[in-house]
Design a protein around this ligand. Structure first.
Ligand code: COA
Ligand code: MG
Length: 298
């Protein structure tokens, strides 16, 4: 089971940050080749990303790489430069529609095959950062089975729409909700771009609480101090875990007695409710395993 609560962006040209990434609390480390890397540095960024990916993966973190958008013409060289040991996912920015996702899929398949990987095995999170992108989000999410989620890029979205940013970020909520519903329909994760005021812990906490109510499942971060906040916000709380345990117990007791549906505290427990509770327990177990000190079985 993979955790997807927190994604830490690391500019792939910042060697000190790359060295710190393995010890971060991120569920996923995202090595950035896009907007935190100037054009003249793209080649060096690819080399550094390829070198650090296996080291970060060896520390138990998932490693994704954010490539440049298909429209830049750089994505193929990005994939060629970084696809290899350690990398388990790609962030594809500025997706405007399904055609781009299909083009990306063709590139990925070519290099997966060349490098002895199963075609389609590397996942992709697509970024929605424009009005055409938002209108086509469901089609983009379902254009390739490798797509695992979608995230809203706050700065590009508001720049494109000509919206001024507020601290609380309500101006992003319409797009977030559209992405969330599309992701639910496509059976993938709804994610959210970084909270840029990275020293405002309370602001981030408030934002994460609102995101949870929009069925958003994880948050991209730009600074290590944001990670524990996202990890806590997107983990099931103690009451949720305790209740899930009772649901599963009630369900299993019912199954032993040959019942298809049971009741708990006056509420009906049937298969979807029991499955959801099992999912909560699996997530909680994966989080506990992550928290166990080195040397313990992972
Ligand atoms: N990944 C790994 N380590 C990071 C980090 C990151 N994203 N951001 C900061 N750190 C490290 C710093 O290297 C520093 O390490 P040190 O204590 O050993 O010196 C420590 O965390 C504290 O950093 P701090 O001084 O508070 O921040 P900063 O001023 O150096 O950097 C940013 C602030 C925003 C420039 C930096 O966090 C950053 O570049 N974030 C990622 C930006 C990005 O990827 N943008 C593209 C996607 S939107
Ligand atoms: Mg962007």
């Amino acid at each position: 089971m993979t955790l997807n609560r927190s994604f830490l962006f690391v500019p792939a040209i910042r060697e000190k940050m790359l060295e710190k990434a393995p010890e971060s609390e991120a569920d996923v480390v995202v090595l950035d080749l896009e907007d935190s890397v100037p054009p003249a540095e793209k080649a060096r960024a690819r080399e550094l990303a390829a070198r650090h990916a296996p080291l970060i993966a060896a520390a138990g973190r998932q490693v994704h790489v954010r490539v440049n958008a298909i429209s830049t013409g750089l994505a193929r060289d990005d994939v060629a430069g970084i696809l290899g040991p350690g990398v388990s996912g790609i962030s594809l920015p500025k997706v405007e529609g399904p055609q781009e996702v299909r083009e990306f899929d063709v590139i990925m398949r070519e290099y997966e095959l060349e490098r002895g990987m199963r075609p389609g095995s590397i996942g992709a999170v697509i970024w929605i950062e424009s009005a055409p992108g938002l209108l086509a989000v469901y089609e983009s999410l379902t254009a390739s089975s490798r797509v695992t989620g979608a995230a809203l890029g706050h700065e590009d979205w508001t720049a494109h729409m000509g919206i001024e940013r507020s601290g609380a970020g309500e101006e992003l909520d319409y797009a977030r909700n559209v992405i969330s519903v599309a992701a639910r329909a496509a059976g993938v994760l709804a994610l959210d771009g970084p909270y840029s005021d990275f020293r405002d812990d309370e602001g981030l906490e408030r934002e994460c609480a609102r995101l949870k109510q929009m069925a958003i499942k994880g948050k991209f971060c730009i600074h290590p101090r944001q990670l524990p906040i996202a990890n806590k916000a997107f983990a099931p709380g103690p009451e949720e875990v305790a209740y899930a345990r009772r649901v599963v117990e009630a369900w299993e007791q019912g199954a032993r007695e040959g019942k298809g549906a049971v009741q708990l505290d006056g509420k009906m427990i049937d298969i979807p409710v029991a499955n959801r509770a099992r999912g909560v327990l699996e997530t909680a177990a994966a989080i506990e395993q992550r928290a166990s000190p080195p040397g313990h079985a992972r």
